[in-house]
Design a protein around this ligand. Sequence first.
Ligand code: PMP
Length: 394
Amino acid sequence: MFETLKEQPADKILQLMQLFKEDPRENKIDLGVGVYKDASGNTPIMRAVKAAEKQLWEAEQTKAYTGLAGDPAYGDAMVSLVLGDAVPRSQVAAAATPGGTGAVRQAFDMIRMANPAARVFVSDPTWPNHLSILKHMQIETVPYRYFDDETRGVDFDGMMADLDAVKSGDVVLVHGCCHNPTGANLNMTQWKALVELLLAKGAVPMVDIAYQGFGDGLEEDAQAVRLIASSVPECLIAASCSKNFGIYRERTGLLMAVAQDPAKQKLNQGTLNYLNRQNFSFPPDHGARLVTMVLTDDALRADWQAELEEVRNTMLGLREQLAGELQRLSGSDRFGFIAQHRGMFSRIGATPEQVQTMRDDFGVYMVGDSRMNIAGLNKTTVPILAEAIVKAGV
Ligand code: PMP
């Protein structure tokens, strides 16, 4: 029977990881996969997470199942982290999921259940896995313009013009902060205009927030999602703890369904529980428990926030250094956008040929669409990358 299956396209980013591994050059630079790395190339376990893990090992008495939505304390802690007091907790249904990807997948499932004809509008470009999951689920996808190839900022006029086609019953997927893959983000005036459009059209926003704390700070990065959640009748929010807690492999995410009408909360919660049951039953608990411990213990939380700030500032410092270096080498300001972008990524606007040249001649590995992971750099490799960018003719 399985001979009827077709080869599936390989994930380009995972493929790039493999190519990097096989490259024997010692001074190669990995700017591919979206994992935070410190100056020596390690992805450390955050101090507070390690401390929580020790405490948990001592204190945990059982590994029995939790609930279908995960431990309620995790839901409470994460709803508060993402939404602050933008909406009353009683209006939010929340369920733990295997990573942010699990939350995205469950959100699409909920959309399809509620409206099989829903179209999902996605930024062009977006995280490739959004497109891949939507395609797999046979949900109609409509791209909206997002990235301005000239300025390397947001093409907001193009975006709003394309979203004019949105209808009631459609979903508009946005990145809450630190847009992946571009690094270009809306400002608050633009977010407000987007909310007005969504309200006028009666479309449902879905916010994917995978990098809270990596852009301008924990609170700042949540401003857009909070504005949306407090303004529209209903929305979905998929949050990931992979990056900001550094617990990638623990698979820790949360799907939230927010409704202004509190009567809908019960129906939404029941639906989230049902969908978890159908797809994987109980969600993973270990990472969620660590996150809960860190967020609810004053000392652990303070240490986590301090370390997250170090991570954020390291990336900002590398952005500044790279933009400065490029200005010096190119004698122009055209790379200033690198310091304006936020999060782990920047799309630098190189052609696939230029990306290939940087790989062949300089051992610099970035994704084919010229997305680079800023955290893959350190003070020593920034000048090498700057030279590669300029010499490749970007
Ligand atoms: N959304 C976006 C935009 C992402 O970049 C990622 C991570 N690459 C995720 C969701 C999900 O991450 P994870 O499943 O590892 O939590």
